[in-house]
Design a binder for this molecule. Structure first.
Ligand SMILES: Cc1cc2nc3c(=O)[nH]c(=O)nc-3n(C[C@H](O)[C@H](O)[C@H](O)COP(=O)(O)OP(=O)(O)OC[C@H]3O[C@@H](n4cnc5c(N)ncnc54)[C@H](O)[C@@H]3O)c2cc1C
Length: 510
């Protein structure tokens, strides 16, 4: 399970709804019943779906005859009706836990015939409320589909079921001298099916690319129960349209992913982390450029932290900064196969950037315990910002030249009304997390933020959701990143693959 890293010891005193529907004042210790029901909070009208009857439950029992595969009643299903971030709450009173693709197929065929809506549930670490029902959708949990089918160390290909937890896959691969091409803070809870469905990014994307590149094949069960065999055990395959891409990042709205074939790199043997202080944003860009030139083939991560984000994290962790105070910090990770080779490259790089006055200060380490400490200063920023009474988080892709402009622009608008406006994130992937936190989220503050952030992003042709997806929280903002024509085509595709709209209704498309 996820460590309770967001625990902040506070109870929510008041939940209120402001003009912005997606924002709600709450802390991550908020009790389940304090989370407003999504249907009310987001004012959603129930779709034309049937209500499950005793006869339907009997049928599910015949499809899933083994014990522990069905949970019934809101008390039993409570953990499946609220998301990790406590943004959403549903009323799904039936959880089904298939063990095989055939069981998934039988469930979907039946639900489609009966017009029963289905919500697909992975590790429930998603940030946009995609895995939680809104009304009484049947919850399809992938927990029990957790078998690793094969690891081919020669071709570097892992084949597994979609309910495998990412961290467990990493452990299995390590035994074969391999590793997953993606890594993220939620790895001990999120499932590979959830990762693929959200096209998760994380801290290795700079080196290994997105899941659109590393996923070689998928098995997907469509809404009508058809099992689509899109599996492939080869890296090169130019035979017709690559349908798998439709399902990567589709957030469970087009099909249920049941199996995954994924290309995995050989495990690296060396690891170094550099933590550098920089006097301005142009130095950040120059540091990145030089980093790619000098450390290119061993570079794994290039992360940005601004001063406010670091100070907030340091205070929260009750620790101190490894270097002096600067407007910007970058955390660089390299991984490779030769200690000496990497050390020489890093030394040359540091001599160059410090010698040219690009980098002002820094530390470098290859000791695992120190590496963990440095990474905490980046990875635990969200938790630190969430320790405020409210925290709004945006996950934007912006061109690097203007990457940081959103932070001062937001400070100008709301800086005097909130406690914190900070920017941090995967700058190596052009992905910034903008967090705004304070004591009370008033409508006045909310109106200064939305739609400003989205319009700002649209003007720069960025993405309003770089790696978290759209889910339930952001369908109305999709238009800021996608043209009317592409949204229309998405709707047509949805209709082709799920004629009755039973799969993850109310999500992604409004
Ligand atoms: C501490 C923390 C750190 C995080 N760091 C990152 C990060 O660095 N990068 C990043 O991209 N995300 C990050 N996330 C977000 C989250 O972990 C990812 O989105 C993850 O991929 C979700 O996987 P899951 O199994 O938890 O999916 P869930 O939350 O269960 O579901 C997410 C969506 O996928 C659908 N889905 C799940 N399984 C399937 C399936 N088998 N078939 C079809 N649809 C399915 C659901 O219906 C839902 O719409 C973080 C989250 C936390 C809590």
């Amino acid at each position: 399970m996820l460590p309770n890293i967001f625990h902040n010891g506070r109870q929510l005193s008041r939940i209120f709804q402001c003009t912005l529907q997606m924002y709600r004042q709450r802390s991550l210790t908020t009790g389940v019943n304090e989370i407003p029901l999504s249907k009310d909070h987001y004012n959603i009208k129930r779709g034309p779906f049937s209500v499950a009857t005793d006869a339907d439950i009997k049928h599910f029992e015949s499809i899933l005859p083994a014990g522990n595969q069905i949970l019934l009643g809101l008390e039993e299903t409570v953990g499946y009706n609220r998301d990790y971030f406590k943004y959403v709450r549903g009323l799904g009173a039936i959880v089904l836990k298939p063990r095989t693709s055939e069981e998934v197929s039988n469930i979907m065929r039946y639900c489609n015939n009966k017009r029963l809506a289905v919500s697909v549930f992975g590790g429930n670490t998603g940030v946009c409320g995609g895995s939680i029902p809104v009304f009484d959708e049947i919850i399809l949990s992938m927990d029990l589909m957790n078998r690793v089918e094969s690891i081919d160390k020669y071709s570097g290909i892992l084949v597994c079921e979609s309910g495998c937890v990412l961290g467990k896959l990493e452990e299995e691969l390590a035994m074969e001298g391999m590793m997953m091409p993606l890594d993220l803070g939620a790895k001990n809870s999120c499932q590979i099916g959830g990762n693929v469905s959200t096209n998760a990014g994380g801290i290795r994307l700079l080196r290994y690319g997105s899941l659109h590149g590393s996923v070689l094949g998928l098995e997907v069960v469509l809404a009508d129960g058809t099992i689509m065999d899109l599996m492939s055990n080869v890296k090169k395959d130019n035979t017709g349209y690559h349908l798998k891409h439709m399902f990567i990042g589709s957030e469970g709205t087009l099909g249920v992913i049941t199996r995954v074939a994924i290309a995995c790199p050989t495990a690296t043997k060396t690891q170094n982390v550099l933590f550098l202080g920089l006097r301005d944003y142009s130095s950040v860009l120059r540091t990145f450029l030089e980093c790619k030139a000098c450390l290119g083939e061993i570079l794994t991560s290039f992360e940005l932290i601004d001063r406010d984000a670091l100070e907030c994290c340091i205070e929260h962790l009750r620790t101190s900064s490894p270097i002096g105070s600067y407007p910007f910090y970058v955390l660089i990770e390299t991984t490779g196969s030769s200690k000496q080779h990497d050390a020489e490259k890093i030394r040359d790089y540091l001599e160059h950037v410090i010698g040219h006055g690009i980098v002002s200060d820094g530390v470098v380490t290859n000791e695992p315990s120190k590496i963990t400490k440095l990474w905490q200063l980046r990875e635990r920023i969200p938790e630190a910002t969430y320790s405020n009474n409210f925290c709004l988080t945006f996950d934007l892709s912006l061109p690097l030249k203007n990457f940081y402009d959103i932070v001062p622009a937001m400070k100008d608008r709301v800086g005097h009304l909130v406690k914190l406006v900070c920017g941090f994130g995967h700058i190596g992937d052009s992905n910034i997390h903008l967090n705004i936190a304070g004591d009370e989220l008033t409508p006045e503050i909310a109106e200064l933020i939305d739609p400003f952030v989205y319009e700002f992003t649209r003007k720069l042709r960025g993405s309003i959701s770089a790696e978290h997806g759209i889910g339930l929280l952001k369908p109305k903002y999709l238009k800021y990143s996608k043209s009317a024509e592409s949204i229309d085509l998405m709707k047509q595709l949805k209709l082709v693959l799920d004629r009755n709209g039973i799969l993850n209704p109310y999500k992604v498309l409004c």
